[in-house]
Design a protein around this ligand. Structure first.
Ligand SMILES: C[S@@+](CC[C@H](N)C(=O)[O-])C[C@H]1O[C@@H](n2cnc3c(N)ncnc32)[C@H](O)[C@@H]1O
Length: 156
């Protein structure tokens, strides 16, 4: 979990059966809090680390990287393009062949794709748009909640 913050997502993933989740965040405060909160959950590990420099991990050793709001937060900081480029380079380096980088972002796809397509990163990108339920036409609502997730293949 890249930039885990104090989100419940990793704990929820353990409930769903995931057995080895490495959570990193640049904030020592949040890592301390999360280590205490999740001390009883052996599937979760917490390390303070800058996602732009993860030499702690060997190349091609991670199955999947989940980023919920972390690239977004780098985009809001100084030297945004450089930070995002370093982050994606590191994520690309760590992933095993066939590994998945799941980017959950508020950003418009057009503002994210150019970063993802940086030299050296050859992602096969699928875009899923999660529509807000309040956009459901009513009455009656024509969609089940699952139909709000549409995949768009952006490249092959
Ligand atoms: C918008 S919060 C999202 C937190 C969590 N993923 C969630 O869904 O609630 C962004 C997180 O990224 C962390 N972060 C920001 N820059 C980082 C960096 N360079 N390396 C690691 N974590 C970073 C922040 O400390 C913060 O916890």
């Amino acid at each position: 979990m890249a930039g885990c913050g104090n989100a419940l997502m990793s704990e929820d993933m353990v409930k769903d059966g995931y057995i080895d989740i490495m959570n990193i965040d640049i904030s020592s405060v949040v890592i301390k809090i999360m280590r205490k909160r999740c001390a009883h959950i052996q599937q979760l590990k917490y390390i303070q680390m800058d996602i732009r420099e993860m030499s702690f991990f060997e190349d091609q050793t991670i199955d999947s990287v989940i980023d919920k709001g972390t690239l977004d937060s780098l985009m809001c900081g100084g030297d945004a393009s450089l930070s995002v480029s370093l982050m994606l380079e590191e994520v690309n380096r760590l992933l095993k062949p066939g590994g998945i980088y799941m980017l959950i972002t508020y950003g418009d796809p057009s503002l994210r794709i150019s970063h993802l397509n940086q030299p050296g990163c050859c992602w096969h990108i699928k875009l899923y748009i999660i529509r807000m339920l309040r956009h459901c036409p009513k009455p009656p609502c024509l969609y089940t909640p699952y139909q709000f997730l549409f995949p768009f293949l952006l490249n092959s």
